[in-house]
Write a protein that binds this ligand. Structure first.
Ligand SMILES: [Zn+2]
Length: 230
């Protein structure tokens, strides 16, 4: 009972933290939901199409959620704005203080769409509309005494569900410095990365682009579920 209450407090606090992130407002809703065309991407000098980009951003988002659960701070620092990084950090600390571990598992994309990509001066700003389904639950991780260990078997779930899937939609905002040529060839192994998401070659792990020159997530706004059926 107490565990359930604590989980409630933790989840409520996380909601507050997420709301703070959502303060980054977006402009007109109508233009927002129009998908960017491949023709447009080609015109502004991109080597990738809208689907490749949108899926890469979905994968980045999934890795961020995984990074939060597994406390991959160095990775999170590289791919998030300071504001979002700090809010995730507060969430992690809060959960630890309450000896609760929040799990997001088996995430799948329902869709991922590039709805805006503009070049503003020396910056590029992209907005990606994603809908994801996943399992979310909280585990009580309070250490057990030897006696309790005899009685308690398996996970101690104190919130959410391991079987009931949730669906959510977000508008993710990402920025990077504008570069005339998008693709980066790894200095060590030559592998070419088209959508640069972090300072690491996906093949050999060498540094390929510092934080300014790869996409960094600076905004995440939850959106009511749309009626779109896919
Ligand atoms: Zn490499």
């Amino acid at each position: 009972m107490v565990g359930f209450l604590i989980a409630g407090i933790v989840i409520f606090s996380i909601v507050i933290v997420v709301c703070v992130i959502l303060l980054i407002r977006l402009s007109g809703k109508e233009t927002l939901l129009m998908e960017v065309s491949n023709r447009y991407l080609k015109d502004i000098g991109k080597d990738y199409n809208k689907d490749t980009f949108a899926m890469a951003i979905y994968e980045l988002y999934r890795d961020i959620i995984d990074g939060v659960q597994n406390e991959r701070y160095e990775f999170l620092r590289d791919v998030l704005s300071d504001e979002i990084y700090n809010s995730y950090l507060r969430g992690i600390k809060l959960s630890k203080d309450h000896q609760v571990k929040n799990i997001v598992a088996d995430m799948k994309p329902t869709f991922s769409r590039l709805v805006s990509l503009i070049i503003k001066g020396d910056m590029e700003v992209a907005k990606v509309w994603i809908r994801v389904s996943f399992l979310e639950y909280a585990l009580d991780v309070t250490p057990l005494t030897e006696e309790q260990k005899q009685v308690v078997k398996g996970d101690r779930i104190v919130g959410g569900s391991k079987t009931r899937r949730l669906e959510k939609e977000y508008i993710l905002t990402l920025v990077k410095a504008h570069t005339p040529k998008e693709s980066v060839a790894c200095p060590s192994c030559g592998h070419v990365t088209h959508v640069v998401l972090r300072n690491q070659c996906t093949r050999c792990g060498s540094n390929i682009a510092n934080r300014r020159y790869h996409w960094v997530m600076i905004g995440k706004e939850e959106k009511p579920l749309s009626q779109i059926v896919k």
